[in-house]
Design a binder for this molecule. Structure first.
Ligand code: MGD
Ligand code: MGD
Ligand code: MO
Length: 669
C-alpha cells in the first residue's frame, strides 16, 4: 500500500517547509518538498532531502535506558517504560521532599518546533512547581531591539523582497540557514535588484550576492550609525516620512549622529570610509531597499542595540512607504493561537525561579537555595549547544544530579543521563507548526507509527503526570485533541476558512490584524527612535563583551548547510560533506603563528581549549577565525566542542546568548 502524506519539517529553521512523505506498508520511503507549499516550492535543503535516513537511522533509541556506568561514558541497560517512569517519579518525590520542587529544572529548546510537542512540558513542570527555564539561547536580542524601536508592530510579508530594487542579506547565511529566502532575493534580482551581503566572513551567501561587505564581529551598529550620519549630512533622508511617522529624530541627530562620521565608525567596523560612503549612497538612492536581518549579529553583548540601530535605516529613508521596502527580522505569529491552552500558565501556583538556559553551567555548579538536583532534558542537547561547555559538563558529571534525557539519539547530553527515554521523530506524531520566516502555518498528523518504543513529548508528560498521581484531565489529551482545541478558538489572524484549511492539513497563511507597514504598534503610535522607556533612550554605539577579553582573534561558530546546530550528525553522508571540525583562518594570522594548512591546532581562551583541523583561507578576514556546525563529541578531533570557548554572558537586552562574542588565540596542538 502506497500513500502520500503531507507533513512539515519540524526543525528550527525559518522556512518550516511542507513535506510530502511517501509511505509504503507503514514505512516512509521517500520525503520531498511540497511543490504546492508557497514557501517550499518543491525545494528541500540538503539536510531534509533524505530525512528518512534520520528516521530510520540505526542510531535511533528504541527503549528506555538506565545508566550502568560512569556518567558520560554512555553505558546503559534497557528497561521498560513503566520502570523508567517509576524511577523518575520516585526520584522526584525524594528531591521534592528534601529540597522542594524548585530543585528540578526542565531544559528544552527547539529539537521540534511544533507548537504541541515543543511546549508539551510546560503544563507539567508548572504544576510540579519546578524551576522555570528562560528559553533565550537563540535571538531574543533581535526581538528586544525591534521592540525598542517598533513596539509590537508585526513583520512585513518577507516575499515583498521580490519587489525591492536592493536586497541586503545582513548577518544571515541564507544559503545555509533559510534557502527559500534566497529564492525571494533571486526573484528580486530577476526584476533588476542588486543583492548585497553583510557578514563577518565570506559565506556561500556572500558568494551569491552581487557584493559582500565583511565587517568586524559585533560592529554592525557602527556601520548603521555611519550610514545614518551620511543620510543626514547629504540630505538623503525622507523628512516627510520622518515627520509623520518617527519620534525623536531631532534628538538623535543632535546627540548621537555628530560622533558617527564614517571616519570614526570605519575604525570600529573595519570597512573603509569609501566603502561606507558607497553603501550609504546605494541604500539611500534605492527606490525600495529591503533588509533581511539574520541572527548572526544578535549573539553579542551589544546585539539588541545593534538591531535597534539597523532598524532605524528604513525609517530614515522612508523605505516603509514603498512596496518592497522595509526590514524583515522574522515573523511572530504568537497572536494567532491561544497557546496558554497548551502551556497552562494557570497551573503555576507559586511563581518559581527563572533560570537562563544560557547559564546552565552555573545553574548546575553554583546555584543554591535550592541547588538543582534533577535535570529533565527534552528536544535539546545542552552538552553540545549551550555556552561554556566545560562548566556544563562539570555540572552534568555531578553524581548527586538526577538527569533524565528524552531523545531520538544518544546525544552528548544523553550520555550523562541516569535515565534516557526514546523520542519519536516528527513523522511519528501529530503537531501544528507555524513558521518564523513567513506567515505560514500547517498542521500534520503522524505519517508512520512510532519506531520501537519511542514516545512523543506529550505522551511522556502524560505518563509522568499519571506517575505523579495527578488526575488532572488536561494531561490525558492527545496532540490532535490539543490542536483542535487551539484551532477551534476564533482568532483575528485567521478567518474561518483559513482555520478549516488548517484543520485539514493544508498550508495556510496567517494575516496580522494590523498593517505591518502603516500602523506602528508603539505607545506613541510612531517609530520610536527616541524611546524614554528604554535604559538607553537613543540608539548609540555599544561595545561587545569580548573586546575586554584580551585574546587577539574573534571566534565565530556559524551554520553549515549540512547540519542544524547539533542535529543531523547521525546522517553519515551529510557529516562527510562537512568532513571534520575545521577552524578557518586567514593567511596572515596563520603565518604570524607559523601554522600550516591541515594541521591540528588548539583554539583557547580562559574557559577552555578546543582542537580543530586548520584550514587557511582568504574567506575569513584577518583577526577572525570561524568554525561551522556544532559537532557531536564522538566526531570531534579532540574531546571538546566549540562551546568550550563560548561564554555564559548575556546580551544587552533580552537575556540572549552571546555565542559569537568570543575571542581566542590559536596554537599548534
Ligand atoms: N543549515 C542550517 N540551518 C539552520 C541552522 C543551522 O545550524 N544549520 N540553525 C537554525 C537556527 S537555530 C537559527 S537561529 C538560524 C540562524 O540563521 P542566521 O540568521 O543565518 O544566523 P547565523 O547562522 O547565526 O549567522 C548568520 C551569519 O551572520 C554572520 N555574523 C556573525 N556575526 C556577525 C556580525 O557581528 N555581523 C554580521 N553582519 N554578521 C555576522 C555569520 O558569519 C553568519 O554567516 O538558522 C537556522 N537554520
Ligand atoms: N557555538 C554555537 N552554539 C550554538 C549555536 C551556534 O551557532 N554556535 N546555535 C545556537 C542556537 S541559534 C540554537 S537555537 C541552539 C539550538 O539548540 P537545540 O535546540 O538544543 O538544538 P539541536 O542541537 O538541534 O538539538 C535538538 C535535539 O532535539 C532532539 N529532538 C528532535 N525532535 C525531538 C522530539 O520530538 N522530542 C525530543 N524529546 N527530542 C527531539 C534531537 O534529536 C536533537 O538532539 O543552539 C545554540 N548553540
Ligand atoms: Mo537558533
Amino acid at each position: 500500500m502506497l500513500a502520500k502524506i503531507r507533513s512539515v519539517c519540524p526543525y528550527d529553521c525559518p522556512d518550516a517547509c511542507g513535506l510530502l512523505v511517501t509511505v509504503e506498508n507503514g514505512r516512509a520511503i521517500n520525503i520531498c518538498g511540497d511543490p504546492d507549499h508557497p514557501v517550499t516550492r518543491g525545494l528541500l535543503c540538503p539536510k531534509m532531502a533524505h530525512y528518512e535516513k534520520t528516521i530510520y537511522s540505526s542510531r535511533r533509541l528504541s527503549a528506555p535506558l538506565r545508566r550502568v556506568g560512569k556518567k558520560g561514558t554512555g553505558q546503559f541497560e534497557p528497561i521498560s517504560w513503566d520502570n523508567a517512569i517509576d524511577i523518575i517519579c520516585s526520584s522526584w518525590r525524594k528531591v521534592i521532599a528534601i529540597h522542594g520542587a524548585e530543585a528540578i529544572l526542565p531544559y528544552s529548546y527547539a529539537g521540534t518546533m511544533g507548537l504541541i510537542q515543543r511546549n508539551a512540558g510546560h503544563a507539567f513542570f508548572y504544576k510540579l512547581g519546578a524551576s522555570r527555564l528562560e528559553r533565550t539561547i537563540c535571538s531574543p536580542a533581535k526581538d528586544a531591539g525591534w521592540k525598542a524601536l517598533m513596539g509590537d508592530t508585526p513583520a512585513l510579508n518577507p516575499t515583498e523582497a521580490e519587489q525591492s530594487d536592493l536586497v541586503i542579506l545582513w548577518g544571515i547565511n541564507a544559503v545555509a540557514t533559510s534557502i527559500h529566502s534566497v529564492l525571494d532575493a533571486q526573484a528580486a534580482r530577476r526584476n533588476g535588484a542588486r543583492i548585497l551581503a553583510i557578514d563577518t566572513y565570506r559565506t556561500p551567501t556572500c558568494d551569491l550576492a552581487d557584493e559582500a561587505f565583511l565587517i568586524r564581529p559585533g560592529s554592525d551598529g557602527a556601520l548603521a550609525l555611519s550610514m545614518l550620519h551620511i543620510f543626514d549630512r547629504d540630505g538623503t533622508l525622507d523628512l516627510n516620512f520622518i515627520s509623520s511617522n518617527v519620534i525623536g529624530y531631532e534628538e538623535f541627530k543632535c546627540k548621537i549622529l555628530p560622533d558617527c562620521s564614517p571616519g570614526e565608525m570605519s575604525v570600529v567596523c573595519g570597512l573603509s570610509v569609501d566603502v561606507i560612503e558607497r553603501l550609504a549612497y546605494e541604500y539611500a538612492k534605492a527606490k525600495a531597499p529591503f533588509i533581511r536581518l539574520g541572527s548572526g549579529l544578535s549573539r553579542y553583548g551589544n546585539s539588541a542595540m545593534t538591531v535597534r540601530t539597523i532598524s532605524c535605516l528604513p525609517a530614515a529613508v522612508g523605505a516603509w512607504s514603498k512596496q518592497g521596502g522595509g526590514i524583515f527580522l522574522g515573523t511572530s505569529t504568537g497572536g494567532a493561537f491561544q497557546l496558554n491552552m497548551v502551556t497552562r500558565e494557570d497551573f503555576i501556583t507559586d511563581s518559581s525561579r527563572l533560570i537562563s538556559m544560557n547559564q546552565l553551567g552555573d545553574a548546575l555548579t553554583e546555584m543554591s537555595a535550592p541547588p538543582v538536583m534533577s535535570l529533565y532534558v527534552y528536544h535539546s542537547n545542552p552538552a553540545a549547544i549551550a555556552p561554556d561547555q566545560n562548566t556544563v559538563i562539570k555540572g552534568l558529571e555531578r553524581e548527586d544530579l538526577f538527569t533524565v534525557v528524552h531523545e531520538r539519539f544518544l546525544t552528548d547530553t544523553a550520555k550523562y543521563a541516569d535515565i534516557v527515554l526514546p523520542a519519536t521523530s516528527s513523522l511519528e506524531h501529530s503537531d501544528l507548526y507555524r513558521s518564523y520566516g513567513s506567515y505560514h502555518a500547517q498542521r500534520c498528523r503522524a505519517a508512520i507509527k512510532p519506531l520501537g518504543g519511542a514516545k512523543s513529548n506529550l505522551e511522556v508528560f502524560s505518563l509522568l503526570a499519571a506517575g505523579m498521581g495527578w488526575d488532572e484531565p488536561f494531561f490525558s489529551q492527545s496532540a490532535d485533541d490539543l490542536i483542535e482545541l487551539l484551532l477551534n478558538v476564533k482568532n483575528l489572524w485567521r478567518s474561518n476558512s483559513v482555520t478549516e484549511h488548517l484543520l485539514t492539513g493544508e498550508p495556510v497563511m496567517l494575516t496580522p490584524p494590523t498593517d505591518p507597514k502603516r500602523e506602528w504598534l508603539t505607545p506613541s503610535g510612531k517609530i520610536q527612535i527616541l524611546n524614554e522607556r528604554e535604559p538607553e533612550p537613543l540608539p548609540r554605539l555599544l561595545p561587545t563583551h569580548a573586546e575586554q577579553d584580551g585574546y587577539p582573534l574573534r571566534l565565530q561558530s556559524g551554520a553549515t548547510p549540512f547540519a542544524l546546530n547539533s542535529s543531523f550528525y547521525e546522517q553519515d553522508q551529510l557529516r562527510s560533506r562537512q568532513a571534520r571540525m575545521e577552524l578557518l583562518m586567514n593567511y596572515e594570522d596563520a603565518e604570524v603563528r607559523q601554522l600550516s594548512e591541515g594541521e591540528s591546532v588548539i583554539a583557547y581562551n580562559k574557559r577552555g581549549e578546543v582542537r580543530f583541523t586548520l584550514r587557511i583561507t582568504g574567506q575569513t578576514p584577518v583577526g577572525t577565525v570561524v568554525t561551522e556546525g556544532v559537532w557531536w563529541q564522538e566526531f570531534l578531533p579532540g574531546d571538546r566542542g566549540v562551546n568550550a570557548l563560548t561564554s555564559q554572558r548575556l546580551t544587552d537586552a533580552g537575556r540572549g546568548s552571546t555565542l559569537y562574542d568570543v575571542t581566542v588565540d590559536v596554537r599548534r596542538s
